[in-house]
Write a protein that binds this ligand. Structure first.
Ligand code: NAD
Ligand code: ZN
Ligand code: ZN
Length: 344
């Protein structure tokens, strides 16, 4: 089968021929309907050499149909439409047992397919290690659903952990309205209806989309955005600031617009450092950098999508155009999420 693979550090991915995997005991083979192109893949492809073994197939945000159940795998039937939970842990440590495999405590885990040396979904078939990673899509379209498993789940988790701060009169700031930020706006609207949502981006096009998704105010990134947010919050700052970029400029802005006792949440992997001292961020503002989300949270994300409260603007690309999709993402030219459809 064809697979779009990460072959060499600091080089674009390549389309290659690889064998169709055979599911071993407990494993499931999924026929891929869609694999999302996440900005994290660009960070990885552009990074200095790391520890993962190359090559491996990209695509850590996947949906499809059950193709083959091995012996010992139960609960699904061939042809079932499913979304795939991405951060594969050991299944046995304390965090895995409560469904937080994203924070598996076993060294070397989680090992997400498509992100850390294990094959992902930018291929006709994806080998999934256990049925607990599959969640039924119900009537959701498998070609559209893949982004829910990362852009959706990561944003959902980042919002949910701060929900207690987002009552009437509160403000949530979303910095970066790309794939993840667009989901965060919708999750905020659905879960924290009373909060004022302020969205900051460098692109006027992205801000237009943010308004259509329910943002109350949209601002071009920079000093004027800081002034505007302090006006909106009557000089107090925002209860929650979600940074989906993570570069010096956005972390600096986040620290200036967060509030005393607020949350400053770094989701973007821009990898800049945030100076923390007595004066900044504001007193008792908690800073966290969450990674992905849990299996129960993905079940909740699918429920939200099935109720029509969240959806992703998807642009489809055939497998042999995966490289082109990443080029467009690199240049900020993907409107919502690029999804590779290997079986179209
Ligand atoms: P994307 O390319 O779709 O969106 C990025 C957005 O940020 C774009 O709208 C862009 O215009 C905007 N932007 C860029 N520079 C900006 C600036 N200085 N100020 C304001 N906005 C700016 O990317 P994505 O796929 O949504 O991913 C966003 C980030 O989240 C990436 O760094 C990615 O690696 C990271 N990520 C983290 C996790 C996690 O678990 N923590 C999971 C998935 C993705
Ligand atoms: Zn991702
Ligand atoms: Zn574990």
């Amino acid at each position: 089968m064809k697979a779009f693979q990460f072959v060499e550090w600091q080089r674009p991915g390549q389309l290659r021929d690889v064998p169709v995997p055979e599911p071993g005991p407990g494993e499931v083979l999924v026929k891929v309907s869609g694999a999302g192109a996440c900005h994290s893949d660009l960070h990885l492809l552009e990074a200095p050499a790391q520890v993962f073994a190359l090559p491996f197939t990209l695509g850590h945000e996947n949906a499809g149909w059950v193709e083959k159940m091995s012996s010992g795998a139960a609960g699904f039937a061939v042809g079932d439409p499913v979304i795939v939970y991405g951060p594969w842990g050991c299944g046995l440590c304390m965090n895995c047992r409560v469904g937080m495999e994203n924070y598996c405590q076993t060294p070397g885990k989680p090992s997400p397919g498509g992100l850390g040396g294990t094959d992902g979904g930018m291929a006709e078939y994806l080998l999934v290690p256990a049925t607990r990673y599959l969640i039924s899509l119900g009537e959701l379209d498998p070609r559209e659903a893949a982004p829910l498993s990362d852009a959706g789940l990561t944003s959902y988790h980042a919002v949910k952990r701060s929900l207690h701060l987002l009552g009437p009169g509160s403000t949530a700031v979303v910095i970066g309205a790309g794939g993840l930020g667009q989901m965060a706006i919708q999750v905020l609207r659905a879960l924290a209806g009373a909060t004022t949502i302020v969205v900051v981006d460098t692109s006027e096009d992205k801000l237009k989309i943010a308004r259509s998704l329910g943002a109350d105010a949209t601002l071009i990134s920079g000093d004027a955005a800081v002034t505007a947010i302090m006006d909106i919050t009557r000089g107090l700052g925002a209860e929650l600031v979600l940074d989906f970029v993570g570069v010096d400029a956005t972390l600096g802005m986040a620290a200036r617009v967060a509030r005393v006792l607020g949350h400053l949440t770094i989701v973007g992997v821009g990898n800049a450092a945030l100076p923390v001292n007595f004066h900044s961020p504001p007193h008792e503002c908690s800073v966290a950098a969450p990674f992905w989300g849990s299996i129960p949270e993905l079940i909740e994300v699918i429920a939200l999508a099935r109720s029509g409260k969240i959806s992703m603007l998807v642009e489809h690309f055939p497998l042999d155009e995966a490289g082109h999709a990443y080029d467009l993402l690199h240049h900020g030219e993907i409107t919502g999420r690029a999804v590779i459809t290997p079986n179209d």
